[in-house]
Design a protein around this ligand. Structure first.
Ligand SMILES: Cc1cc2nc3c(=O)[nH]c(=O)nc-3n(C[C@H](O)[C@H](O)[C@H](O)COP(=O)(O)OP(=O)(O)OC[C@H]3O[C@@H](n4cnc5c(N)ncnc54)[C@H](O)[C@@H]3O)c2cc1C
Length: 412
């Protein structure tokens, strides 16, 4: 059986996979380009079958402890008055705010705590991969060289592993016409547990989402744009772009921009979809956004990453070799991935209209969908679609004492 597994990416999918692989007796190593677990992001939601995976990890109590209790999502006008509100219980919890919302940074922390025994290489990345019949030689950017039985790319939309083993970025990543940034700011008003978004003409979103501490909020700045030629790791260039786009936009944009220079958890990325026809090439495979990502417009990215990590580890453990495990992982996941990568009707054009008329039209359509007449059928349409996956029970992954066992081993 293949034992040593290098996982590139210490976001959500990477640590989740490391958790399961360790439980199944593999020796995972996670390499993360950032200097430590990355904070930042707004809330991500745990929907459907991903809740079951978190239960099986034994991490639901830790998640529940950090869970945010959001009341819903509302579009506001430039003067802050509500235009339309979608409460959390809308469509039986299948609306924009889910039952379990957790800050992405908090979820990353829960996963980091649960994988303390795993080897993490922070501040490094894979520079070269050479695979042969028996293993993969990995050259790291730091100059180190090591050999692993398997390599998994869990390094997000811009996956280096995918580029090295599968082909260039453009072959797999489709730009959906926008960019999004998240970072923490001082709250300019009491959000009262609501996520608020102001849409300005020219396809601009200015959003605020509750933090645990009501003195702070998670800001969101999002704009429509064709591909912009910039270095996606150049934070100064990204901040300059936001200053340009959101100057004099209104609502709390000015307040948010003022805090941009000192934002420590700044995150910026394109709104992109990732479609990779085959998720493995020999001894290298992909999990999470690196292999399948519907973009924040589709949502479900965190759920797909958690479920993908579970199924990949389960198949590796059950099959004994990657030649059977990798295709089985894709077979089990494909329908669910396709289902959850679907974009909402109208896509970015409907969500982020270019004109005042378009914004009014969008809000009217939402009010209509929530009306007494349509809320029932809409609810059935959204809630009535269970996740298109039959979650297996893998005997090698079964143990209700994963995190507890780690704690016990540390005290020995
Ligand atoms: C800081 C941050 C904030 C986010 N905030 C939100 C949010 O608010 N809402 C939302 O819907 N989604 C957000 N996302 C995306 C969301 O986490 C993912 O869509 C989803 O959880 C799937 O997780 P993933 O592990 O596949 O990818 P990611 O969570 O993107 O994790 C990928 C990891 O790989 C690391 N990495 C990248 N390149 C390399 C490399 N060459 N070598 C080693 N490591 C590398 C990254 O630093 C990152 O830690 C955020 C992602 C990040 C990184």
């Amino acid at each position: 059986m293949s034992k040593s597994v290098l996982i590139s990416g210490g976001g959500i999918a990477g640590p989740a996979l490391a958790f399961w692989l360790r439980r199944a007796g593999f020796a995972p190593t996670v390499v993360e380009v950032a200097g430590g677990p990355r904070p930042g992001g707004q809330t991500v939601d745990l929907r459907g079958i991903s809740k079951e995976v978190v239960e099986r990890m034994g991490l639901m109590p830790a998640v529940r402890q950090r869970q945010l209790h959001e009341r819903g999502f509302e579009y506001v006008r430039a003067d802050g008055r509500r235009s339309v509100a979608m409460p959390a219980e809308l469509f039986d919890g299948a609306g924009p705010v889910a039952e379990i919302e957790i800050l992405r940074g908090d979820l990353a922390e829960v996963l980091a705590e649960a994988t303390q025994e795993v080897e993490y290489l922070y501040g490094d990345s894979v520079a070269q991969l050479d695979q042969d019949a028996n293993g993969v030689d990995v050259a790291f950017a730091s100059g180190t060289r090591r050999r692993f039985d398997l390599v998994i790319g869990a390094d997000g939309v811009h996956s280096r592993v995918r580029r090295l083993a599968f082909g260039p970025h453009d072959r797999f990543v489709q730009h959906l016409g926008g960019y999004t940034s998240y970072f923490t700011v001082e709250a300019p008003e009491d959000l009262n547990h609501w996520m608020k978004v102001y849409t300005a003409p020219r396809g601009l979103w200015v959003g605020l989402r509750p933090d645990h501490d009501p003195r702070f909020a998670k800001a969101l700045l999002s704009f429509r744009s064709p591909v912009i030629d910039y270095d996606y790791r150049d934070v100064a260039a990204q901040k300059a772009l936001l200053n340009q786009r959101f100057k004099d936009v209104g609502w709390h944009a000015e307040h948010i921009l003022k805090q941009l220079p000192t934002a420590e958890d700044f995150y910026f990325d394109s709104t992109s979809r990732v479609v990779v026809p085959e998720w493995s090439q020999g001894r290298v495979a992909l999990v999470g956004d690196a292999g399948y990502c519907g973009s924040p417009l589709a949502g479900h990215g965190t759920a797909l990453a958690l479920v993908g990590a579970y199924v990949l580890a389960g198949e590796l453990a059950a099959n004994g070799n990657h030649e059977h495990a990798f295709p089985a992982y894709q077979r089990r996941m494909q329908a669910y991935v396709d289902q959850r990568m679907e974009l909402p009707p109208g896509g970015i054009k409907m969500a982020m209209p270019m004109t005042a008329f378009g914004i009014g039209y969008r809000d009217t359509m939402i009010r209509l969908m929530m009306s007494k007449l349509l809320a029932g059928p809409m609810g059935k349409l959204t809630v009535g679609k269970p996740d298109a996956i039959d979650l297996q029970t893998y005997s090698d992954l079964q143990s209700s004492d994963g995190p507890l066992r780690i704690a016990a081993e540390q005290t020995e």
